[in-house]
Design a protein around this ligand. Structure first.
Ligand code: AMP
Ligand code: MG
Length: 335
């Protein structure tokens, strides 16, 4: 009998924020579970209580629309092999497909049937065979999806969409923009491994965000000072199961159908757009260090913190002033 030991890790806050606010300010906090993770939203300023409630509702709304299952828009498309979507979903799908193209398919929202086969949706984990995986890879490929006038169609029957690699970042950005439009100038949105900062701390100083160690949940690899950006981490440590002593995590290399084994333990992206930060954290984790560095160098409009399997922490030059490495880690700056 096969013994499957599962270690299902939902970490309260994968990137733990170190706050501490001097100024007296009206604030309110909501703690809740959504999109398969624990979330905490803290809003500072007038109207904080009502806006915190609205922010939670907005995340619940987005979860319903984007979930891969159920009767939301994406769940319905997956069940029926296509269908109509709202303008909002169409826009997000178009962005996600563009990010899939731009990352050479390292990020690929059509990975759905493969993620399902590994049991990451149901929690009934299993290791699919090689031939099963190669069959399932035939049902993937972002270029086989078309989205025209709100109509989503797949080239191959059996395909499906998984927005798990971009949904939380998108939701964080939506809430950020909603709060900003309501006149808020300081808020902290912690959505599992995703942090979205609105402005600075209420006293005007930068937020201090701890970047979690992928190997020790009690430690940070370093602390990043930032304001008004999204900070999104993807790592194999965030969700995985073990079978016969081998660890299988939830970030799949679309080229092989197996959990990405690229030499990285975690990838943190710092970017002023939450959805992009989220998609890129997944994509660069799949790419590995070398490809991630060249992807960044060709664009240079986001920053990253890579933690490698051989214990190095590689950051982009843009973070040099703001990132303070913890003792015991080696810092390298990408060029
Ligand atoms: P993240 O935690 O943002 O890296 O996203 C991981 C989640 O995205 C997984 O739980 C899957 O649902 C989905 N996923 C896994 N591999 C990929 C991939 N290569 N591209 C897009 N989504 C993926
Ligand atoms: Mg992601």
């Amino acid at each position: 009998m096969r013994k499957i030991r599962t270690a299902f890790l939902i970490v309260l806050i994968l990137v733990v924020t170190l706050t501490g606010c001097g100024a007296e300010q009206v604030s309110d906090t909501a703690d809740f579970f959504a999109m398969d993770t624990y979330m905490r939203i803290t809003v500072y300023g007038d109207g904080a209580d009502e806006l915190t409630r609205q922010a939670e509702e907005e995340i619940m709304r987005i979860e319903n629309v984007l979930s891969f299952s159920g009767d939301g828009e994406i769940g319905t498309i997956n069940e029926h092999g296509g269908g109509t979507v709202s303008e909002e979903t169409q826009e997000l799908l178009e962005r996600a497909l563009e990010l899939s193209r731009d990352t050479g398919g390292a990020f690929d929202i059509t990975i759905y049937p493969v993620v399902e086969a590994w049991g990451f949706f149901s929690g009934e984990y299993r290791v699919p065979g090689d031939s099963e995986l190669s069959d399932l890879l035939g049902l993937t490929g972002w270029e086989k999806v078309s989205v025209v006038d709100g109509q989503v169609s797949f080239q191959v029957p059996g395909m499906g969409i998984d927005l798990g690699g971009i949904g939380k970042g998108y939701a964080g950005q939506r809430v950020h923009d909603m709060l900003w439009e309501a006149g808020i100038s300081s808020a902290l949105l912690e959505l599992g491994g995703n942090v979205c900062l609105l402005g600075g701390r209420p006293d005007g100083t930068a937020w201090r965000v701890g970047i979690m160690s992928p190997t020790d949940g009690e430690e940070y690899v370093g602390i990043l000072e930032a304001r008004d950006v999204s900070i999104v981490t993807s790592g194999g440590y965030q969700r995985y199961f073990e079978e016969d002593g081998v660890r299988y995590h939830h970030i799949i290399d679309p080229a092989t159908g197996y959990p990405a084994d690229s030499g990285l333990l975690s990838v943190t992206i710092v970017c002023d757009d939450g959805a992009r930060a989220d998609a890129l954290s997944t994509a660069l984790f799949v790419m590995g260090e070398e490809e991630a560095v060249s992807y960044w160098a060709a664009r240079d409009d986001f920053d990253f913190i890579l933690v490698t399997q051989d214990g190095r922490v590689v950051i982009t030059p843009g973070l040099r002033e703001d990132f303070q490495i913890s003792e015991g880690y080696d810092l390298e700056v990408a060029a």
